[in-house]
Each structure stands twice: as C-alpha cells, then as structure tokens.
Design a protein around this ligand. Sequence first.
Ligand SMILES: [Zn+2]
Ligand SMILES: [Zn+2]
Length: 147
Amino acid sequence: MDELEAALQAEVLRFSERNGYIAEHFADARCECGSQRFTLHEEETQGCAIRVCTRCGVDHFIGDTEQVLSDCEGFTQRTCRCGAAELLILCAVALYDGSDDVRWLYVGAGCPVCRLVGVYVEWKVEGGDYRPFIAREGARREPPRHR
Ligand SMILES: [Zn+2]
Ligand SMILES: [Zn+2]
C-alpha cells in the first residue's frame, strides 16, 4: 500500500466513524485492464456512482447503482479541488451489527496530483453479504486493525 492509498483508507475510516456506521471492509477500485485511475460520476440524492477507467474507457456501476439507476437524476462528475479528474478510488462498506450484510457504502477518492483524499459520496445500501459486494468493487484490502 503506498502513502496515498494509506491516507485514503485512514480518511474513509475517520469519515465513517463520524457517520456512525464504521467502514469494515475495503476494496481498491481496479479496472479489468489493470488501471487504478478513474473519473468519478455521482448522484448523491439517490446515492449512485459510476467510475470510468481513464485508460480503457470501461465504466463500472458502483455498489447497487445499476439497480437504482432509474431513480438517479443525472450524474455529476467530481474532480479534486486542484482540478484533477483522474482519481484513485477506494470503496468501503459498513455492516449491520452482528451480521455480514452491507448497510452503508462509502466511495472515497484520492488525488495522485495533490494527494488530497476524501469521501466523495456515501449512501445506504441493502447490499447483502459483503464478500461478493466488495469483490465487485475491486481488489479487497485487509481491514485495518481494530483499535
Ligand atoms: Zn481500464
Ligand atoms: Zn488534487
């Protein structure tokens, strides 16, 4: 894990703790082509997001976005404050207490240019078992050690 990836995970975790649903499982977005640079498009009213690979152009519906697409009012592209559009994306999920079922999804992004990290969009998801859910979002990361 490089410095930007570590900072991004720390920020998503911090954000989730403040939100009350603590992120427990993480996946680094990775395209089929191997690239980890994406543009991010989201609609926060419904809670949906798409990432598009900047190398090969393949898009990916994040989380349950495909199922709720008809309720989305249109996507806004998110860029870093510095203006960079190519981002590193980390998805994380919180689970219901005593369960393996997904309750909340966080989409964090880090900027390879200025190193700013943040949670760009998050929403409630009845996502079922987190394992297949998180596997769809990319390469699974080891969860952070509990403090
Ligand atoms: Zn790609
Ligand atoms: Zn930036």
